[in-house]
Design a protein. Structure first.
Ligand code: HEC
Length: 228
């Protein structure tokens, strides 16, 4: 065999084998997975996992606006079980028990045409953002005037998804509640466009901590035991 042939073949193997192992086989595996049913006795819930999908229309706005540049949507698996630091992550809301947050699994992204895992966390991880807001107007305020909540925020304002219009009779129910320098001129109000509404629906649909059949029940039990 000539050196050139040897060289080309080794080059093909050097790129081909990792490509097969890291891309082709995982993609084939992913395409074959299906939602799995819960076992009420073990998991404490009924139906299928993952239970509901994300808000797709809003995901398109999320993609277009480049939110993924700053936000991830993936809680990494714990290494060496050192996951104490993740306790309660994404659950700083009264309606949620402060149980350990689980890392994400492949199935969490099953109904998403694109999974926006993200590459860096300039802003907080949004995998469970849906739990952190009880009022959708709060999410709108975050998008319209991020610095009205945190003066130091580096999140840009997405003002172009809102319209400022003259008040028409009583204040509209979907008008943003803004104060101080972020409030519109007197007699005006800030109203979300349908795109902003879809984006907020999407953020509110991000709840990737459903119990994993057969797994999270045990994790939750361990959390309970640790508290006692
Ligand atoms: C330049 C980086 C950047 C971009 C782009 C960005 N964000 Fe943020 N985001 C941040 C930072 C930093 C914070 C934390 C500070 C704050 O609350 O404003 C944040 C906070 C948030 C929060 C509140 C999270 C929480 O748990 O309280 C939400 C929701 C959010 N961003 C959604 C979005 C959406 C949706 C987009 C796209 C339309 C977006 N962000 C684009 C940086 C960014």
């Amino acid at each position: 065999m000539s050196d050139f042939r040897k060289f080309t073949l080794s080059l093909m193997a050097a790129f081909g084998v990792p490509w097969l192992l890291l891309i082709i086989i995982p993609v084939m595996k992913y395409q074959r997975i299906q939602p799995i049913p819960y076992n009420k006795e073990v998991d404490g819930v009924e139906g299928y996992y993952p239970p509901t999908g994300i808000h797709r229309q809003g995901q398109l706005v999320y993609a277009r606006e480049g939110c993924v540049q700053c936000h991830s949507q993936m809680i990494r698996p714990a290494q060496l079980a050192l996951d104490g630091w993740r306790k309660g992550w994404g659950q700083d809301q009264e309606s949620r028990p402060a149980a350990p947050v689980r890392s994400n699994t492949m199935r969490d992204y099953l109904q998403e045409p694109y999974a926006f895992l993200g590459a860096q966390r300039i802003g907080p991880d949004l995998a469970n953002a849906g739990w952190r807001f009880t009022d959708r107007l709060d999410v709108h305020t975050q998008l319209y005037a991020p610095r009205s909540k945190d003066e130091w925020s580096v999140m840009p304002s997405f003002k172009h998804l809102y319209i400022v219009r003259k008040q028409q009779g009583p204040v509209a129910s979907n008008a943003l509640k803004l104060t101080g320098k972020y409030a519109p001129k007197k007699g005006y109000e800030v109203i979300p466009t349908p795109e902003a509404e879809a984006l907020v629906d999407y953020v509110l649909s991000l709840k990737k901590d459903y119990p994993v059949p057969g797994v999270t029940a045990a994790l939750a039990a361990a959390g309970e035991a640790a508290k006692k």
